[in-house]
Design a binder for this molecule. Structure first.
Ligand code: TYD
Length: 208
């Protein structure tokens, strides 16, 4: 493992994880660390091109299997071009979503394809974050926030409340399976309070 630190933020749509990723990046930069703040799907030129295929258009545009391949193609480019080089020079990489999103969205909520998701991850990705924060949030509150943004990237959010509830349960189960890596954070607080929880958990993990 290189000297860098690899952190991901996960959660259902509209959980506030993007704000938290940015706040943690700001805090670590203020402390003098080089931080690369990035997101999935996307984060590199090739992956951003693939992102447009994934987030725009009809929710049934791709089969679940094709979607998994596209997420992995985007992630492979992101890891090759941005994440590995940054970790190798000692930076902190903070990504808004990574492979846990595929495990939960494509592995559990959209289809029961966790086996395929895990096999492909082992074959073409092969790295995990050192630490993952799941921002936990009531789906009704989160869905209202997500739709209110009206970004045009609503292919996933259109799938509805039941889907978001399945996602929340999926992230919860994942946190139980990877207790050393995944930390659940209560998202039903002010952004500053959530950020304080994140910073405290990061300190505890780094010191421990
Ligand atoms: P994102 O830009 O993070 O949207 P949001 O800010 O609303 O969370 O991600 C776009 C959508 O892609 C989002 O609904 C989650 C979905 N997604 C997957 O289904 N699988 C994945 O592997 C990833 C990374 C994202």
């Amino acid at each position: 493992m290189p000297d860098g630190l690899f952190i991901s933020f996960e959660g259902i749509d509209g959980s506030g994880k993007s704000t938290q990723a940015r706040l943690l990046a700001d805090g670590l930069r203020a402390a003098g660390r080089e931080v690369v703040l990035t997101r999935e799907p996307g984060g590199s030129d090739g992956a951003e091109a693939i992102r447009r295929l994934l987030v725009e258009g009809d929710p049934e545009r791709w089969s679940a299997e094709t979607e998994i391949l596209l997420f992995n193609a985007a992630r492979r480019d992101h890891v090759e071009r941005l994440i590995r080089p940054a970790l190798a020079r000692g930076a902190v990489v903070i990504t808004d979503r990574f492979a846990d999103s595929t495990r939960v969205y494509q592995g559990v909520a959209r289809a029961s394809l966790r086996g395929l998701v895990d096999q492909l991850h082992d074959l073409v990705i092969g790295i995990e974050p050192d630490l993952t924060f799941v921002i936990d949030m009531d789906p009704e509150v989160a869905l209202a926030r997500g739709l209110a943004r009206g970004s045009g990237e609503d292919r996933f959010e259109e799938l509805g409340l039941g889907f978001q509830e399945a996602l929340r349960a999926g992230f919860f189960d994942l946190a139980l399976s990877f207790p050393e890596r995944i930390v659940m954070i209560n998202g039903a607080q002010t952004p500053d309070e959530v950020a304080q929880d994140v910073a405290a958990q990061l300190r505890a993990r780094l010191d421990g």
